[in-house]
Write a protein that binds this ligand. Structure first.
Ligand code: BG6
Length: 486
């Protein structure tokens, strides 16, 4: 029986998805392939329509061609693509309160068609795959033109870039939508490995019993990337690693690791309650002692980047979670572009054993969760090296989630869009949670923000970041095999 989804088990009979930003990079790389991944897995309702909306005047054929290209690139092109065209509509021109264009009329027609085909009123999902600057106009437009009632609205990240801009956006969204209509995406929460943290903790005494400050000395969440930012230098120049990755993805992963036990995992509200509660326990960052920013050498030479830019392309931060469970345990987070390797790993470093072998045990026990791809879990354990002498050694027990019987991983976007269809918000961010995340992050936006330290491309970022993980060092760099990777 699924441990999630008991409260909201059903997919709707029919759905219309209105995709704002349909010609953009995010729509074509992530959102449209995810929809077709769901369709291929039988997770799209039988009756569905996709309405693309964007500034360009593409026309319906143009949109079908764009969709085909996107699905070819992602490997999700269905064999019956020619039949898909009948499910598509396209509306050109920007949608806003003052200029709704043809969207209300087209949506009305499509709803009527679906009602005739499916019998019931279709679920309407508005997916805002647009830059945050476009959120207000579209949201106001939905309200003004009576499109918001009963709809679900998906907002991309970043949902605000500071406490102030978050509050402004939140106030505007609240004027139009109820909180349970709002689905703020952070795709890291949709990753198989991040979701696996629930079951690891809540279905296994072996892990659940160790999951606190009594057993854990340090938690590392390490997301180095080899990626350059040359194709989106202007975005990066305006955003930086800390805003792009830390207050968003990495803070959410911390909340997933650190939350207390929800009273009912099948009830999204109870999961959200615990995630929000732990976000409220994040201590505001001590930027002087706990944050290291970096900038890779060569960043300032990119087109769209100022010659004296002090934007960060790397951030490492030590975060303190002042809950009873975690008081005194540092959560050390690291991410950056142009680093030595790409990985996404949570490591729990367990406190050294105090038994009779403590003096000879070389390394602490560790629990690793890889949250890239299908994900994986491993355990670093002290063992006796087989042989005549009683020497201790250290080994790794690895579980690739891909190999779990019955497993068929979903990509993060597909998983989250599936949750939107079911109305399950447990893997989305909330108003309360984001408010708390920005409160903890705010010091990094102020006067005390440290200057980024230059680092060489292809390495591990500024050496100064090593001080944050003392006395253990960055565990990823010491790991022979990341679980779930070949
Ligand atoms: C995005 C960030 O949200 O996540 C990127 O804007 C980052 O900078 C990306 O590279 C990482 O996503 P993924 O899918 O590789 O885990």
């Amino acid at each position: 029986m699924p441990y999630r989804g008991r409260v909201t088990p059903h997919h709707p009979e029919s759905v219309v998805i209105v995709l704002f930003g349909a010609t953009g990079d995010l729509a074509s790389r992530m959102v449209m392939p995810a929809m077709f991944e769901l369709r291929a897995r039988g997770l799209m309702p039988d009756h569905w329509r996709l309405i693309g909306s964007a500034g360009d005047d593409l026309g319906e054929d143009g949109f079908a061609a764009l969709l085909r290209g996107s699905l070819e690139r992602s490997g999700d092109l269905p064999p019956d693509f020619d039949d898909v065209a009948a499910h598509l509509r396209y509306v050109g021109g920007f949608f806003s309160a003052d200029e709704p264009g043809e969207l209300p009329a087209v949506l009305g027609e499509v709803r009527e068609e679906l009602r005739a085909a499916g019998g019931s009123d279709p679920l309407v999902v508005f997916f805002l795959a647009v830059p945050p600057a476009a959120f207000p106009a579209i949201t106001e437009g939905l309200g003004r033109h009576g499109l918001a009632d009963g709809a679900r609205v998906v907002f991309e990240k970043p949902y605000g870039t500071s406490s102030q801009s978050f509050e402004e956006l939140d106030a505007l969204v609240k004027r139009t939508l109820e909180e349970d209509q709002v689905f703020r995406i952070d795709h890291f929460l949709g990753k198989e490995g991040v979701q696996a943290i629930y079951t690891l903790r809540f279905a296994n005494k072996l892990f659940g019993a160790q999951w606190d400050r009594h057993s854990v000395a340090q938690v590392q969440i390490d997301v180095p990337e080899t990626l350059n930012v040359d194709t989106r230098a202007s975005f990066y120049e305006a955003t930086g690693a800390a805003l792009d990755m830390l207050v968003t993805h990495l803070f959410q992963v911390v909340s997933q690791v650190a939350m207390d036990t929800p009273y009912d995992l099948a009830d999204p509200e109870s999961v959200l309650f615990e995630r929000d509660a732990v976000l409220h326990r994040f201590r505001p960052l001590d930027v002087e002692n706990d944050v290291v920013l970096g900038q890779f050498e060569g960043y300032r030479d990119l087109d769209g980047v100022a010659a004296d830019s002090d934007q960060d392309t790397f951030v490492a931060a030590r975060l303190w979670v002042d809950s009873d469970r975690w008081r005194g345990v540092p959560f050390v987070l690291r991410t950056g572009k142009m680093m030595a390797r790409k990985a996404q790993l949570v490591t729990l470093v367990l406190r050294p054993d105090e038994g009779p072998l403590s003096a000879v045990a070389a390394r602490p026990n560790t629990i690793e969760v890889n949250f890239s791809g299908a994900g994986g879990i491993s355990l670093g354990v002290t063992v006796k090296a087989p042989g005549p002498d009683a020497h201790l050694s250290y080994g790794h027990a690895v579980l690739d989630l891909d190999d779990v019987p019955g497993g068929e991983p979903l990509s993060p976007y597909a998983s989250l869009i599936d949750d939107v269809l079911r109305g399950d918000r447990s893997l989305f961010t909330t108003e309360l949670g984001l408010r708390a995340a920005f409160r903890a992050f705010e010091p990094l936006l102020g006067q005390g923000r440290p200057a980024p330290i230059p680092y060489e491309p292809g390495g591990w970022g500024p050496e100064e970041a090593r001080r944050l993980v003392e006395p253990f060092g960055w565990m990823l760099e010491q790991l022979e095999r990341v679980p779930g990777e070949d």
